[in-house]
Ligand binder design. Sequence first.
Ligand SMILES: Cc1cc2nc3c(=O)[nH]c(=O)nc-3n(C[C@H](O)[C@H](O)[C@H](O)COP(=O)(O)OP(=O)(O)OC[C@H]3O[C@@H](n4cnc5c(N)ncnc54)[C@H](O)[C@@H]3O)c2cc1C
Length: 392
Amino acid sequence: MAQDLYQAPDYFHLDDLLTDEHKLIRDAAREWIKREVTPIIEDVAQKAEFPKQIIDGLAKIGAFGSFIPEEYGGSGLDHISYGIIMQEIERGDSGVRSTASVQSSLVMYPIWKFGSEEQKQKYLPKLATGELMGCFGLTEPNHGSNPSGMETKYKDMGDHYLLNGAKLWISNSPFADIAVVWAKNEKGRIHGLIVERGMKGFSTPETHHKWSLRTSATGELIFDNVKISKENLLPGKSGLGAPLMCLDSARYGIAWGAIGAAMDCYDTALRYAKERIQFGKPIAAFQLQQKKLTEMITEITKAQFLTWRLGVLRDEGRATSAQISMAKRNNVEMALNIARESRQILGAMGITGDYSIMRHMMNLESVITYEGTHDIHLLITGMDITGIPAFV
Ligand SMILES: Cc1cc2nc3c(=O)[nH]c(=O)nc-3n(C[C@H](O)[C@H](O)[C@H](O)COP(=O)(O)OP(=O)(O)OC[C@H]3O[C@@H](n4cnc5c(N)ncnc54)[C@H](O)[C@@H]3O)c2cc1C
């Protein structure tokens, strides 16, 4: 990849609304991405490899459970800090951000919120340092947008549970040490279980040939009569509301993250447009290119403020699931549109791995689908404003 000359756009001085601590966290993450991620990311993306060597660095910038209290190994930071970290990581790559989101919001969050004290002590400190990596199993082959229909189930065998079923499209599954798995009991009630690698009957085959999120390992979780200790059930909450709370946290992070990908595409396209000469002028001098760039920075600015406000509401405990859906939906579509327009500004160069844009564009095709599709988030907002669910 060409030298990383990234300069983050901040057209309306959003920085003035951040605390000094936010800016320190942001600058540390930004600098680390530039130093450790952008030099290797194109190569690992082309090879479709998850770069395990960055796990330690991710932990050090607070990417694993920044909002988890310090007594459990987290950083005890606010939600704006979590968002800023996700934004900076996704500026580098959505696949790397996916790994961090899953670890923080989908593995550490449920253990922190619904786990027993023993589970918190046992898993959270090691997840915070990356000594343990986790994944989150909700989606199944026959149940994506409608997880309430899940078929994975466990049976009470007296002194243990027996787990059977399969999960598909699971980020981090091929290398995760533990999986937070959502399954139904004999009464059809959904509970979370912690499944550990090495348990007999548990396997995690990798999903190959993805054109998107190539730096994030994706796979299945297969449970064939897996014997689970009763201590591994998350006791604090049951029902679909439990995984949906985790998804709120992850979707909130994605709303921030997508802005990072958009900022990187815009910054690259702006620099290229000022340097690329056609018809004796930089292409930035043509009105058509200025329209594209102007609309990009306008959309980025709107998303930055929407998301900052969402962070304030989340820190006050007032952000609703529907508000998070709106921000996730808006920002991912905005980023995807900006990636497509930026790609055009670079002409043929835009399709190469010399620039980050095509990788962002392909990555965002997953981001617009996972953690609730673009359609489903629209229906969530529709239900919120009309009071009428239109899912079925
Ligand atoms: C790279 C990647 C990583 C992922 N990581 C994870 C993970 O770590 N853990 C996990 O549990 N899952 C994960 N997922 C799964 C992801 O959350 C699902 O793909 C997503 O929820 C959509 O489910 P589906 O693919 O089965 O699509 P479907 O639910 O089959 O939907 C197909 C299409 O139908 C539309 N549709 C569905 N229902 C309705 C409706 N009621 N009204 C209108 N339109 C509708 C959808 O919007 C979509 O366009 C990942 C997916 C990808 C691609």
